[in-house]
Design a binder for this molecule. Structure first.
Ligand SMILES: *[C@@H]1O[C@H](CO)[C@@H](O)[C@H](O)[C@H]1NC(C)=O
Length: 244
């Protein structure tokens, strides 16, 4: 099981109706340790895992930062007892809370292999599911392509026809329906997840959240259509109107 991941993230906040967002945070390398806290908690989604705190993660080299690289990974060497706790791993969340915003995730590698469950999501933990959850990147084992999902309270149903390149799964976002499978959209490229994502050098995920909509984009590392303001990483502004 190979589980190194390198992520750089920048996020932006703008006024409600503008599609141009000024840069407010650019979280790269060691800056992740200031912007995020480690959550040494029981997994709320019942994965067989043992989330450790930052000190333990650093001592075991489950997290490492240098230059423009930030790594999070699970312990991939310990032989576990079938009856004991799950594998040491990490879960982090931002200290800041974001409302209307754009976030761009520059990811070189995600965990791959049997038993892995990498995810990037946004949620209001204090009011779940009514506060909503956007799963930007999430999967298990090596089952691609990626599915982007929303999980909400009752009364949120997606229209069957939307402007999107992906394929809709079921349309009811209500976490209390359909065993909390949410309203997912499967992306149109295998490069969006797992070994194929990694072999291509990763890529960029981005999300835009406003009071009126939530959008998610993916560009593989060598996709010629990646917008210049995404590729630059630290662009002073991004304009999502120019993203396709
Ligand atoms: C920790 O991990 C990094 C990145 O994989 C590696 O370069 C470094 O040598 C490791 N440190 C130790 C003490 O193993």
């Amino acid at each position: 099981m190979k589980t190194a991941s390198a992520i750089s993230l920048l996020s932006l906040a703008g006024s409600v109706f503008a599609a141009t967002y000024p840069l407010t945070s650019n979280i790269v390398g060691r800056r992740f340790y200031d912007a995020f806290e480690f959550e040494a908690i029981e997994d709320p989604t019942d994965g067989r895992v043992n989330y450790v705190d930052r000190a333990t993660a650093q001592a075991q080299n489950l997290t490492y930062a240098s230059g423009n690289t930030f790594i999070l990974r699970t312990d991939s060497t310990t032989v576990l007892s079938p009856d004991g706790p799950g594998r040491n791993s990490v879960r982090i969340k931002t200290k800041k809370v974001y409302k209307t915003h754009v976030a761009v995730f520059d990811i070189r590698h995600i965990p791959q292999g049997c038993g892995t469950w990498p995810a990037i999501w946004e949620t209001n933990e204090a009011d779940w599911p009514n506060g909503g959850e956007t799963d930007i990147l999430e999967g298990v084992n090596d089952q691609g392509p990626n599915t982007v999902s929303l999980h909400t309270g009752t009364g949120c149903v997606m229209p069957a026809t939307r402007l999107q390149t992906g394929t809709s799964l079921q349309l009811n976002c209500d976490a209390n329906a359909n065993d909390n499978s949410g309203c997912g959209v499967t992306l149109n490229t295998d490069l969006s997840y797992g070994p194929q994502f990694n072999a291509a050098g990763g890529g960029w995920y981005a999300t835009e959240r406003t009071p009126n909509f939530i959008k998610v984009w993916f560009w593989s590392r060598n996709d010629p259509t990646v917008p210049a303001d995404v590729k630059k990483g630290c662009a002073v502004t991004v304009n999502t109107d120019t993203w396709v």
